[in-house]
Design a protein around this ligand. Sequence first.
Ligand SMILES: Cc1cc2nc3c(=O)[nH]c(=O)nc-3n(C[C@H](O)[C@H](O)[C@H](O)COP(=O)(O)OP(=O)(O)OC[C@H]3O[C@@H](n4cnc5c(N)ncnc54)[C@H](O)[C@@H]3O)c2cc1C
Length: 421
Amino acid sequence: MGDTEHFIQGVEAKMSGQKTDVIVIGAGPYGLAASAHLRGAGANVRVLGKPMSFWMRHMPKGMRLRSPWAASHIADPAAALTLDDFERGRGERIDRPVPLSDFVAYGHWFQKLAGPAIDERQAERVERADGRFRVLLDDGESIESERVVVAAGIAAFAWRPREFDHVPRKFASHSSEHDDLARFAGQRVAVVGGGQSAFESAVLLHEAGVDVELIMRAPRIRWVGRATRKGFLGRLLFDRTDVGPAGVSHIVARPMLLRHLPGSMRRAAMRRSLAPGASLWLRPRSEGMAISTGRHVTAATRVNGHLELALDDATTRRVDHLLLATGYRVDVRKYGFLSPSLLAALRIVEGHPVLDAGLESSVPGLHFLGAPAGFSFGPLVRFVAGTQFGARALTTWVARHEVKQAPVASADRIVDYRTAE
Ligand SMILES: Cc1cc2nc3c(=O)[nH]c(=O)nc-3n(C[C@H](O)[C@H](O)[C@H](O)COP(=O)(O)OP(=O)(O)OC[C@H]3O[C@@H](n4cnc5c(N)ncnc54)[C@H](O)[C@@H]3O)c2cc1C
């Protein structure tokens, strides 16, 4: 019996006949995968949010996926809704690396085939009431459920360095605030950051004829190549999920194992897997683009409608805009919809909720998927490749466990990340 059939038979019998209702907040890859699995196992699921909206509104047109084809399938319980199935159904080859627009279309296709329509309203507030969860929606209606799965992504965690707090967004914006970089045509733009997002944004600006300079702290660009991932040696060194460096990739691909390793090892896996770098395929496209390595901006001052940047080597730049491709820092306290009493009851370490094997938090019935699960399960859950693990672990748990009726704890259970493990 295949892995997939085994999973389905293992959980569906357990849920049929019992009223397990779940609200999933978020309709990105994790919310879609989770709802497909839960529905497949007989749960009564309601999914909130606009499908694939992060990919449509917070990533730039023309972007391509950094994850390879084999690591970009959104998981469904029968493994019948892969990118390959989408490509076959469309009857037209999809380019590699996968263009953003095709991945968005894939997500919408997945959603149509995986289950009934999604409720596109936003969750404004989640709270506990009489042993259940009450979710207040943006139109004022409230709905209840036994469990809530937070799959709300990273948009709330966009990180803007403090030194630019005083600069208005018109002059310094985070990369997640843009879905079309063509609006900078004819301007001078500095991009700050050393990761894929910074590099690809700078390349897209460069190709749009913008006078752009990429400024990064790292002394040199770290190119992340495909060459070492090919053939027998490639398979030996890298898991199909392709998160993390050679060797480490196989550990990262086993989140249940990683969960039992000491925090220091999980942190090291996270650090090494998320180290800034740019895909090798961007290299030829960056020919002729201004790049300053080993430099950082020390001050940004507005001068006559421009921004004057001071760098650590005492040079200056005059630009129209500063694009902060400075990444994301998970802190679930920034999900504005979690009520203060739920936040107070959550055991949080370094901004992440501490989760058990079913991705359930210290609040019984409240689960987290995607990046917030990273402290417990490592870097895989920050990528689409982790949807299979997340959706299966969640569904198996929900099928086998009742929600414990523990009282919501008080604020003294918030753990100080500097001391907690
Ligand atoms: C520029 C960039 C490029 C990336 N490229 C890749 C890549 O190539 N491959 C890869 O694997 N990963 C990539 N990632 C990481 C990517 O963000 C995650 O893999 C993926 O989005 C995780 O899916 P998710 O479902 O957790 O989150 P999301 O895709 O962000 O989905 C979250 C959903 O929740 C919804 N939501 C949020 N709050 C509410 C609310 N209150 N009520 C209702 N709905 C809500 C949002 O509208 C959204 O649709 C990239 C990230 C960035 C920033």
